[in-house]
Design a protein around this ligand. Structure first.
Ligand code: NAG
Ligand code: NAG
Length: 300
């Protein structure tokens, strides 16, 4: 009632001539587009405005980990790591909902405590993608896009999340999107740092644990803009079902890189380049590193 009253009192009565002019303008633009690109494309353009519009962010989190038991709950400057990731994800404007998907009651309890939506998934999930898939099926609402937000990147920028979502929405021929950043020369030969090469329209050509491209000299070329893959990914939800059912592929098995299965099966993957310093927490020693980085930058 009060909302109605205030909105009607604040809006000026619009002179009829202005309204008419606006309508005419709108029609003129529609006609111009139809003429310029043809009826088929016009249909596509008007339809594409809603393309892949319903988006969910899922943070898969498990307690057991071979390298770092209870990792999601580790305190980083006084806050659990999972909470930091969740708070960053909540700032992304493209996400309609953010949920934590976990098999662990301790994690679930902690997340509910700071206000997160939690979906319990089975312990048999073998990787984050499987966990996302199960969580998605347990949700009542339907989504077009799911962003798999790794819980071990507590400093992920909301802009990176929004960037990959928008990239997927703008590339109907891609089923998957992800992000890369500049590779530091010292990481060139580190097999845990995954490199990526893309075509001139920003679609992934290949991912490798080796340095790609490989300079003829065999050395790192200081002039070449090598790219480091960041763990964050988004998928078309229709593709997610197909993805988990695809058989392992030779390159995927050889490199032990899940995403190669997508490329080896001929699907397209859109890659965006972002400015992001990766601060993944993989082992207990990484916690100190990230904390000192945050202190330096006055992040709390
Ligand atoms: C390899 O790297 C060097 C710089 O180290 C560069 O001058 C050269 O153009 C690169 N490519 C080839 C094919 O040598
Ligand atoms: C997750 O793990 C399962 C079992 O190892 C595997 O079949 C699947 O391809 C993996 N990745 C995805 C994306 O589901």
């Amino acid at each position: 009632m009060s909302i109605c009253a205030s909105s009607s009192s604040s809006s000026e009565p619009t002179p009829p001539s202005t309204t008419k002019a606006l309508i005419v303008h709108g029609v003129a633009v529609g006609v111009a587009v139809a003429v310029a690109v043809g009826a088929h494309a016009y249909f596509y353009l008007s339809r594409s405005r809603k393309f892949r519009s319903r988006v969910i962010g899922i943070i898969p989190a498990r307690f057991a980990s071979s390298r770092f038991q209870g990792k999601p709950l580790v305190q980083i400057l006084g806050k659990p790591m999972i909470q930091r990731t969740w708070e960053r994800a909540k700032l992304a404007s493209t996400l309609d909902q953010v949920v934590v998907a976990t098999d662990d009651e301790k994690i679930a309890e902690c997340c509910r405590g700071f206000g997160a939506d939690v979906i319990m998934t089975s312990e048999s999930c073998r990787n984050g993608t499987e966990r996302c898939n199960e969580a998605l099926q347990k949700l009542e609402k339907k989504y077009d896009v799911v962003v798999n937000i790794q819980g071990d990147e507590p400093l992920i920028e909301p802009e990176v999340i929004d960037g990959i979502v928008k990239a997927l929405q703008a590339a109907p021929d891609a089923v998957f999107s992800t992000a890369v950043t500049s590779l530091k020369p010292e990481d060139a030969f580190d097999p845990n740092r995954v490199k990526c090469v893309v075509d001139n329209r920003g679609y992934a050509i290949y991912f490798s644990r080796g340095l790609i491209p490989h300079n003829k000299s065999g050395k790192v070329n200081p002039q070449f803009p090598y790219m480091l893959h960041l763990g964050i990914q988004s998928y078309d939800t229709k593709f997610l079902k197909i993805y988990s059912e695809l058989m392992p592929t030779p390159l995927q098995l050889e490199e032990d890189l899940e995403q190669l299965k997508v490329l080896e099966n001929g699907y397209k993957m859109k890659v965006i380049k972002v400015d992001h310093e990766a601060h993944g927490v993989d082992i207990p020693e990484d916690v100190e590193k990230i904390e000192s980085f945050m202190r330096e930058r006055n992040l709390s």
